[in-house]
Ligand binder design. Structure first.
Ligand code: PEP
Ligand code: MG
Length: 587
């Protein structure tokens, strides 16, 4: 070994943006600003408040400029991050409290603003909710900017990076990310962060390999050290040895070849080696995702999560607005099917903008959500049902109810649907009289009574995301117990088998639209258990199709039969993983 070679350090973080990068570190440390504290004479108080207002205006101008640049370079979705920042600047609670603190204490406005914003940041940080923690990041970013403007200090930003470097930072704010020069920043590594932090979203959009959550890496490295970033596995290696570099050189070539093979194969039919066609559908949240779903060769939409029309909205979308959206999606896919799921609000998707609809609950996942809420608000529910029915005249629409727990809810929902049909007939509106109506199976009581439910609907779609959380009593969003969320638990496999068998007895097709469907390791188990259709987020489609084409259905059936005889979730997972690895070789 070369004596000048520094020791190799391997650190596991969280994979945030795929790809491999290798280069010199640019250490980017954000230090908190020093805010001087002093008293302001009573005679200068009006001036001081005016100075505060000017600081806010200057900050608004800077953020608007960044937003426009990002919109131009990356697109409207990435630029939306800065709307959240602009909203911070308009937050009357934050501004009002700062002025009140100033009037009560007479301290300079920077000190008052810093105190108030720090209190808010701390409050957000302490709430165990990833979304709110991200909002703390937004607030921190904006507050620093306001303070810099008040103190007349220039900010350094990543845009100044001129040579190709891997940026290693304690944190990267959205404004930092927006300033990233993509030809210079070849990789990004941060001490903090999660898969959904804004900086990561930008890194993904720029296709820059990124790893986050590497804890205190910034205290162990220096600018100029060499680092390898493995965005696939979420690993970083500081001062890699020649052997490591050689190994990663091969991995990179393999990944690139594999990705281009996936893309090339995605236009071929989704057919197993023994000639069985597998229907692969897309999950979408917005009408705009139709394009990507089609590009990824989806054979239709297996789940349209309509609640996203209601989320982030200050009003309930009316029949016409909903009709226009559903019609656009139905027409884009016609004659292929589009499964429109009725409002699944509540739980992890609170309707914040519309007061009075969802109330604070101690156990929101077990609370007033989805079909329960719709049945209590039949007029609102009917508005959605009429919109879906009318869209059925423009394509092959199927309607699906979420969170059905038993036959009573299904019957009641169907009664409201019959009323909606009758109202449309009275109005002389066109709709598909034979539109199929299905039930999601995502509550254990529904799975256990699937034979009864099958008499009242025409298809099932198993929502494994919720089914697993309710069956195993594991909150699907809680990262502390994420290791216990096991899709290969025998209870889960038996439940799926039971639903498939009960559905098939009455000739109902059975789909899976939870995340399990889009994971190539679980996919053969589902098909082997008899699932007819798989619906997943569009980017998962090429890899799943590739594997469908590499396996035999008869083997998948054997795998599922074996799994049903096994008792350990980890062993079942290992068996399914071996099945995958034996068939999909990356070289
Ligand atoms: C599910 O629960 O598996 C599902 C597809 O629905 P959602 O993720 O929207 O709850
Ligand atoms: Mg669900």
């Amino acid at each position: 070994m070369d004596p000048r070679q520094k020791t190799e350090l391997v650190v596991q973080g969280i994979s945030a943006s795929n790809g491999i990068a290798y280069g010199e570190i640019f250490l980017y440390l954000q230090t908190e600003l020093e805010v001087p504290a002093y008293g302001v004479d009573a005679g200068r108080r009006v001036e001081e408040i005016a100075r505060f207002e000017q600081g806010l205006v200057a900050t608004r101008q800077q953020i608007t400029k960044i937003k426009n640049e990002v919109e131009h370079n990356l697109g409207p979705d990435e630029a939306r991050i800065f709307d959240a920042h602009l909203m911070v600047l308009e937050d009357q609670a934050l501004i009002g409290e700062t002025i009140r603190e100033f009037e009560n204490t007479g301290a300079n406005i920077e000190t008052c603003f810093n105190n108030v914003s720090q209190r808010y940041i701390k409050a957000f940080d302490e709430i165990n909710d990833e979304y709110l923690r991200e909002r703390a990041g937004d607030l921190r970013d904006v507050a620093q900017r306001v303070l810099r403007n008040l103190l007349g200090q220039e900010a350094h930003h990543l845009g100044e990076l001129a040579e190709k470097r891997v940026v290693v930072a304690n944190d990267i704010t959205p404004s930092d990310a927006a300033g990233i020069n993509r030809s210079a920043a070849i990789g990004i590594v941060t001490d903090s962060g999660s898969k959904t932090s804004h900086a990561v979203i930008v890194a993904r959009a720029l296709k820059i390999p990124a790893v986050v959550g590497v804890r205190d890496l910034t205290t162990k490295v220096a600018s100029g050290d060499r680092i390898l970033v493995d965005g696939y596995e979420g690993v970083v290696i500081v001062n890699p040895t020649d052997q490591t570099l050689f190994r990663y050189g091969r991995i990179q070539t393999e990944k690139k070849t594999f990705e281009s093979r996936l893309l090339a194969a995605s236009r071929l039919p989704a057919e197993t080696l023994d000639g069985v066609h597998v229907t692969l559908l897309a999950n979408i949240e917005k009408a705009e995702e139709t394009g990507e779903a089609r590009e990824c060769q989806a054979e239709g939409v297996g789940l349209f999560r309509t609640e996203y029309l209601y989320l982030n909205s200050s009003h309930l979308p009316g029949e016409e607005e909903q009709f226009a959206t559903y019609k656009a999606v139905a027409a884009a896919f016609a004659p292929q099917p589009v499964v429109i799921r009725t409002l699944d609000i509540g739980g992890d998707k609170p309707l914040e903008g519309i007061p009075g609809l969802v109330h604070h609950e101690t156990n929101p996942f077990l609370g007033f959500r989805a079909i329960r809420l719709c049945l209590e608000h039949p007029e609102m529910f009917k508005e959605q049902l009429r919109a879906i029915l009318r869209a059925s005249a423009f394509g092959k629409v199927r309607l699906m109810y979420p969170m059905i727990s038993g036959v009573e809810e299904l019957r009641r929902a169907n009664t409201v649907l019959a009323e909606a049909r009758e109202e449309l007939r009275q109005r002389g509106e066109r709709f598909d009289e034979k539109m199929e109506v299905g039930s999601m199976i995502e509550i254990p009581s529904a799975a256990a009574t699937a034979d009864i439910l099958a008499r009242h609907c025409s298809f099932f779609s198993i929502g494994t995301n919720d089914l697993i959380q309710y069956l195993l009593a594991i909150d699907r969003g809680n990262d502390h117990i994420a290791h216990l969320y096991e899709p290969t638990h025998p209870a889960v496999l038996r439940m799926i088998k039971r639903v498939v068998d009960d559905g098939h007895k009455r000739r109902l097709p059975v789909a899976v639209c939870g995340e399990m469907a889009g994971d190539p390791v679980f996919m053969p188990l589902l098909l082997g258990l008899g699932v007819d259709e798989l619906s997943m987020s569009p980017p998962s489609l090429p890899a799943v199709k590739y594997f469908v084409r590499a396996m035999k259905m008869s083997d998948a059936r054997k795998l599922a039969a074996e799994a049903l005889e096994m008792d350990d979730p980890k062993e079942i997972y290992a068996r399914a993983e071996d099945f995958y690895k034996a068939r999909v070789k990356m070289d």
